[in-house]
Each structure stands twice: as structure tokens, then as C-alpha cells.
Design a protein around this ligand. Structure first.
Ligand code: GDP
Length: 312
């Protein structure tokens, strides 16, 4: 990519898309193309075709997707499978058709088989049944990866796919019903501190293990691989280390500066006991994350406080 290459970030308002825009700006790229849903509805093929003809991107980061937690997936399976299939099919096909130089697609660690061995290696994809609550999303994402591979084989289209682990960071969703654990706990500890509450309740037993990657690291990895990797093999993007939810909760308590207790509500589900990516391939491609969890949590907490100021 050259400093003035035309780079389209689809989904630039989302957690990952906004981080990719920040990362491109930091790296000195000046020709970043974005479009709101109103400018270009990615589920409409003609709209995507017109958009490509008019804006002529050279590189595309596909960070647009319908995403959500367990509740959203379970209650709107049709939206999850249809919108994701439609958006990615349109954008991959029209990108190839209009001569885009290189394309980057994002899968997710949650599309590996439910009982994949840990840490999960890239070759474990499609070796077992999926987690039933998000299979709608997973099937669509797997189709996207396969489509990138098929367009590479048949048309020589340079499309690569990455598999991010659990992400967190500025721009995250802090709604307690639909958020993931990091923003949920930052908010719970913050509110407990303000209210002087004696304890904070964390869901589950505290023993499940998860891996957490700062979204700006994910974005930096995306830029690195866009520039230095080509091939049909998917690439895991993670930190290669995990921690228990109890350890995470203690870290977040320190970040927020809350002095009360932590209790565990075992009537809430633990989910899968461990989710950890094997990052051997990523490391061999010359990239490792730079942000520590403590720094990342502090930064995300500051971002949350700034949005709170805006709400008041
Ligand atoms: P998962 O990685 O797909 O299971 O997604 P989550 O980030 O939602 O949950 C990770 C783990 O954190 C699970 O074991 C949850 O039970 C646990 N957890 C503890 N407290 C919370 C909370 O307040 N919100 C969420 N979402 N998860 C929590």
C-alpha cells in the first residue's frame, strides 16, 4: 500500500472498523474511503456496484458485519445469517469485479467448532459442530472465508481472511444486556464505585478462561497482514495467552479504583470453559501485540468516561 492508495474501510463506525481507520491514519495513509449505511447499503448489490465504480478503492478492509451477543443472535437468527451473507457476498464479488488490488476479510474465533482443541489452530476450522447459539453468524462468516478462497483459486483475487480473538477497546458496546465481559465489568465496577456499593456481581463461576486483544492491536495486525501476507490460509490474531474471568475482574477492579468485594453469580452461564487461539502462524508472519491488558483497560475506561460526559 502506498501513502495515497485508495483504501476503503467498510464498517468504519464499528469497534474494529473505527480502529482500522485510526491505525491507517497513524501510519500516514491519506486516502481513506468510508461510507455510512445511507451512502451505501452493503446488503444491496447494485448499491455496492455503483459505490465501487464511483470510489474505485485499491484496498478494502471488510469490517462491516451484523454482530451481537448471545441474546441478539438467538432472537434474530434470520437477520444474522442474511445480512452477513448479503454484505460479504456483494462486497467480495464487486471488489473482484472492479479490480480491487487486495481484500481483507474478518472471521472470528467464535466460528471454530464448539469443542475445538485448545489453543485453537487455523486447521481446526470446519472440523466439528458449531456453538448452536451463534451458528447463524458462524455459517455466514465461514461462507465469507470460503468465498475469499474460491475467488483466489478461480480468479486469482488477492483476498485474505483473519480470525480475531475476543476484542475490547474504545468504541465498545457498554450495554449490560448485550455487551461482552470487558465493557460489562468496566461499567459495573464504575457504577459500584460511584454508588458506594459493597460488592460487584460477576456472572458465572469466574473460572472460564478467555483471551483479550485490544482492538487497536487487531487493527495494527490487519494493516501488517494486508501489507505482508498473501495466501488462502486463514490467520489467527490473538495474544496467545488467556486468563480466568476472576483474574480479569480483579484487574478491572484495580483499573476503576473500586475497593469493594467481587461475588460470583453461578446461576449465570459460564459459556465455553476456554477460548484461546494458537498464534504461531501470526508470530511467524512477523507480528506480535504491543499493548498490555492493563494499559488497554485503562484506555478503554477513559474512553467510557468520556462518552459518559457526553451523555450528561
Ligand atoms: P463469550 O466469550 O462468548 O463467552 O462472551 P462474553 O464476553 O459475554 O463472556 C465471557 C465470560 O465472562 C463468560 O464466562 C461470562 O459468564 C463471564 N462474565 C462475567 N460477568 C459478565 C458480565 O457482566 N457480562 C458478560 N457478557 N459476561 C460476563
Amino acid at each position: 500500500m502506498h501513502p495515497d492508495s485508495r483504501i476503503y474501510v467498510a464498517g468504519h463506525r464499528g469497534l474494529v472498523g473505527s480502529a482500522i481507520v485510526r491505525s491507517l491514519q497513524r501510519a500516514g495513509f491519506t486516502n481513506i474511503i468510508t461510507a455510512t449505511h445511507k451512502d451505501c447499503d452493503l446488503t444491496e448489490q447494485q448499491a455496492v456496484r455503483d459505490f465501487m465504480a464511483e470510489r474505485k478503492p485499491d484496498y478494502i478492509f471488510m469490517a462491516a458485519a451484523r454482530v451481537g451477543g448471545i441474546l441478539a443472535n438467538a432472537s434474530r437468527p434470520a437477520d444474522f445469517i442474511r445480512d452477513n451473507l448479503a454484505m460479504q457476498t456483494n462486497i467480495i464479488h464487486e471488489a473482484w469485479r472492479s479490480g480491487v488490488t487486495k481484500f481483507l476479510f474478518l472471521g472470528s474465533s467464535c466460528i471454530y467448532p464448539k469443542f475445538a482443541p485448545q489453543p485453537m489452530k487455523e486447521e481446526h476450522l470446519l472440523t466439528g459442530g458449531l456453538e448452536p447459539t451463534n451458528e447463524w453468524y458462524a455459517i455466514a462468516k465461514i461462507a465469507g472465508i470460503k468465498m475469499c478462497q474460491a475467488y483466489r483459486r478461480q480468479h486469482g483475487f488477492d483476498a485474505i481472511s483473519l480470525m480475531p480473538t475476543n476484542l475490547y477497546g474504545p468504541g465498545d458496546n457498554f450495554d449490560l444486556e448485550s455487551s461482552h465481559v470487558v465493557p460489562a465489568l468496566l461499567r459495573k465496577f464504575h457504577e459500584a464505585k460511584l454508588d458506594g456499593a459493597p460488592s460487584v456481581t460477576v456472572w458465572g463461576s469466574g473460572s472460564p478462561r478467555r483471551e483479550f486483544l485490544h482492538v487497536d492491536d487487531m487493527a495494527d495486525a490487519s494493516l501488517h497482514l494486508m501489507q505482508h501476507y498473501t495466501g488462502e490460509d486463514i490467520v489467527n490474531v490473538g495474544v496467545g495467552k488467556d486468563m480466568t474471568i476472576r483474574e480479569l475482574a480483579e484487574c478491572i477492579r484495580d483499573t476503576v479504583g473500586y475497593s469493594g468485594d467481587i461475588t460470583f453469580d453461578t446461576s449465570r452461564p459460564d459459556g465455553t470453559p476456554q477460548k484461546l487461539l494458537d498464534t504461531t502462524r501470526l508470530t511467524a508472519l512477523g507480528w506480535t501485540p504491543t499493548r498490555t491488558l492493563r494499559q488497554g483497560l485503562a484506555e478503554t475506561y477513559q474512553w467510557y468516561l468520556s462518552t459518559e460526559d457526553r451523555r450528561m
